[in-house]
Design a protein around this ligand. Sequence first.
Ligand code: PLP
Length: 411
Amino acid sequence: MPGGVNSPVRSFAAVEEEPLFIDSGKGAVLVDVQGRRYTDFVLGYGPHILGHAPQAVVSAIRRQLAAGISYGSNTEAELLLAEKIVQMVPSIEMVRLVNSGTEATMSALRLARASTGRDLVVKFEGGYHGHSDSLLVAAGSGAATHGVPSSPGVPAATAADTVVLPYNGIAEVADLFMRLGDRIAAVIVEPVAGNMGVVAPDPEFLPQLRRLTSLHGSVLIFDEVMTGFRLAQGGAQELYGCRPDLTCLGKVIGGGLPVGAYGGRKELMSLMSPSGPVYQAGTMSGNPLVMAAGLATLEQLSSQPPYDYLEKTGSAMEDGARAVLRQRGIGSAVNRVGSMISLFFGVDSVRNYSEAAMASRSMFARFHQQLRQLGVLWPPSQMESAFLCVAHGAGEVDQVLSALASYEPAV
Ligand code: PLP
């Protein structure tokens, strides 16, 4: 396997460590193949808001497994999951289920281009929307971590149709719309950025994106693959009270199995085949095991919403980390929204990618190495969000805070 892994960030190259090989996970704990236990703040890069292997999800998968793995046909579980998504996400009236976040964003872009008859797409520097050609330009996450934010192999003509602006740069967005508004098919944005580390939107950012896209007849796409069902039942759009035209989902809605979804206003979504002419399909889309896991997860999130609890745990971690780092005189920015949190070292504040990129990678690597030695697993790049889940409590937060209290930033 290239680099020994199936997804680049798993190599741990950015933190100069050996990659991890996991044997099992339960709740907030991962156990590696050598039997070492870690309190996990990676959580599969986002899906495990209920912790690893929650009973309800495991039982649902078991029940489905006994009835078959995949049929290439429709099942009731697909209807139930689609209904749940429509009920819980304010702007979604109709939804299509796919197999990954990459598929969701790629298909949403195609739909936006088809519905507007325009080609240009606006994305934000450091935003990661999966690895399709149109969106692998100035991308965050592993692409930024490994020094290839704009990948070779993306045709120049495709990249030329993607306009990249700074996150939170509403003046730049307004200026672009003034010049090229009638050519812009879509603006795609992580409503809370999570792939340059966590960066919250400025108060006017999302409302202004909504206003400008509506004014110019462009489609506003919220990529909520990470934030969907994580920040609130209805994702960031519920938290910030801003409705996009299309929403992309993934991660949490599959309960840890491969999944994606895109949805939005009915008249837009009805353009998708077979009710309309825009083509997108998938042998595995709506796979019954994935539906069972996703439905069990969303049912638990709606019957026992964990969001207040996660906010409390998150703010304890944020306040505690800030206090320890300030007291120790270690320059840092602690960014958090709900159960997504990032630590940047050697900078005072981070509100876009260029500020995130100024943070000290070597200080972060040492932080990561020292945490790992103490049995705490943090994402292996400061361009990734750390996540909290319902299985984290005061003890797990204290583990991170006491690691910070003994953190040695220099060798
Ligand atoms: N969009 C966002 C915001 C993501 O964080 C990710 C993955 O991390 C994706 C899209 C791509 O999803 P997937 O890895 O399932 O293709």
